[in-house]
Design a protein around this ligand. Structure first.
Ligand SMILES: *Cc1c(COP(=O)(O)O)cnc(C)c1O
Length: 494
């Protein structure tokens, strides 16, 4: 299977696509065709583990990496997860949470980022790449820690994470700033997530920075969902989730399930789109945003417009205006025409907006619904879910639930919906406590203990430990100095 850049040029192998992360022309890699799902995967009589399914999905997209190797990698990657890698919690007779947050950093990013370092090391082996693969990643909070955990002390790799200074939650900050591992670096960037992400993309396409890295024996790569090696592992849980809904007898006679995804960079929901186009019986794809509602407006009007204020919300991992992975969907919807995609991306860069012809907008609307929940609605959803079902959800998941409820609008249409639960409520404990009406102490670990008492569930050990762990990373950078920060780290590391 070869990979094309959304902005044109020659195809590369899957190993090269994974190693590079982003195409040198600024485009994102997409598979040259979307593989079809074997019918056996949907057969209720067939039984397989999450790990086995993951190895099969990866085998369709990255056959070059080797079936036996992929099986080993999937087995190792999920060994620290519960036996049911993505447990299900049914909220009512048509709503099921898919809990994606049982990995080491308590957010769904672990599912891909426990696997990605292994894919990268294997890809380097196959291509004969001898340089150290240096991961450069921008994070709105959760990718950073998941990448730091995934790459920590992995031979042949290094990892630098850039996060918006003051733009992540207290626990997210502590998780990152206390990171261990001799090959990892954490840098706070003045600005918001988009500034950090744009800064990283600039480093990738800056020949002089690449030359300096090369001279230091390094090849830059990405752990953001712009890397196809991050996206494909996320396809797995939708197929797994469909099998669960069917076994639990939640599907209607049409056999379809809807999927509702709290969305930021558009990676997770794009993986659902891939699953659908591989043949998974999916009805609607519901794209839920917080009040940074660029995507909601886009799916409603066809105009993508980032000339608007950036809001800091209680769902910070979705505080994004430039949703990178949308470019992959745009590539597909316009009939895989790189020139058209380039036109839109140039317009986005130069004018802060682009607009889709009506006919293409209708094509998207035939698959996607979109909606927005502001912080007040998010808190209401947290409280309602706890009161109705005794289930605690984090603010990101609550955005999804709020949008889903609004879209259903009391209609009796009963299609079963899988709602991605993208982070543990323990990771956003102060906002969750406030939503439940618990008194705010302003101290995150006191809040965690109070919430734990209220819900009779223990504070996760990985959160409790943060209270006394040493802050090891204190570097702060301007957006135009991010490359210098990386070079300084390499100098120290060597
Ligand atoms: C990253 C993240 C999201 C958004 O996922 P995208 O793939 O960027 O759309 C939602 N919720 C949480 C908790 C996240 O960490």
């Amino acid at each position: 299977m070869n990979y094309l850049s959304t902005r044109g040029g020659t195809a590369v192998s899957s190993a090269q696509a994974i190693l590079r992360g982003l195409s040198p022309n600024g485009g994102l890699y997409v598979p040259e065709h979307i593989p079809e799902m074997p019918a056996g995967w949907l057969d209720p009589a067939a039984s397989f583990t999450y790990q086995q399914l993951a190895a099969s999905v990866l085998g369709l997209y990255f056959p070059e990496l080797g079936a036996a190797e992929l099986q080993d990698m999937c087995g190792q990657a999920y060994s620290g997860f519960p036996a049911e890698v993505t447990p299900f919690t049914q909220l009512d007779d048509r709503t099921c949470l898919l809990e994606l947050y049982h990995g080491p950093t308590l957010a769904f990013k672990d599912i891909a980022l426990q696997l990605l370092p292994r894919l990268i090391v294997r890809a380097a082996q196959l291509t004969g790449e001898k340089r150290t693969i240096h991961i450069l990643t921008a994070t709105s909070g959760d990718t950073g820690k998941a990448a730091l955990e995934g790459f920590r002390d992995v031979d042949g790799t290094a990892c630098t994470v850039f996060y918006p200074h003051g733009g992540v939650s207290d626990l997210q900050y502590r998780q990152m700033a206390t990171s261990l591992g001799k090959n990892v670096q954490v840098v706070a960037v003045h600005g918001n997530f988009d500034d950090a992400q744009t800064g990283v993309k600039r480093l990738f396409s800056d020949p002089s920075f690449r030359a300096r890295l090369d001279a230091a024996g390094r090849l830059p790569s990405s752990a953001n969902s712009i890397n196809i090696g991050r996206l494909v592992p996320q396809i797995v849980y939708y197929i797994y989730g469909y099998r669960y809904l069917r076994q639990a007898n939640l599907l209607n006679t049409d056999g379809l399930m809807d999927i509702c995804v709290p969305t930021g960079n558009f990676g997770d929901i794009l993986a659902a789109w891939y699953a659908k186009h591989m043949g998974l019986p999916v009805g609607r794809l519901i794209c839920a945003s917080n009040c940074n509602r660029v995507l909601t407006d886009f799916f409603t009007t066809g105009v993508y417009d980032i000339r608007r204020p950036f809001h800091k919300t209680i769902s910070p991992s979705m505080d994004i205006l430039i949703s990178s992975n949308l470019e992959r969907l745009l590539f597909e919807v316009c009939g895989r025409d790189p020139e058209t995609v380039k036109g839109w991306m140039t317009s986005l860069k130069e004018e802060g907006r682009f607009s889709l012809p009506g006919e293409l907008l209708r094509k998207l609307q035939a698959e996607f619904d979109a909606g927005t929940a502001d912080d007040g609605q998010t808190r209401t959803a947290i409280r309602d879910t706890f009161e109705r079902s005794r289930v605690l959800v984090d603010p990101h998941t609550a955005v999804g639930l709020s949008v889903l409820e609004a879209l259903r609008g009391g209609k009796t249409q009963k299609r079963a919906t899988l709602v991605n639960a993208t982070a543990s409520p323990d990771k956003f404990v102060s906002d969750v406590s406030a939503a439940l009406g618990l008194p705010a102490t302003g101290k995150v670990f006191d809040d965690a203990r109070a919430l734990s008492a209220r819900t009779s569930t223990p504070v996760p050990a990985s959160i409790a430990a943060l209270e006394t762990m040493e802050i090891r990373h204190t570097t702060v950078s301007e957006p135009d100095q991010m490359g210098e920060a990386v070079m300084a780290f390499i100098g120290k590391e060597a």
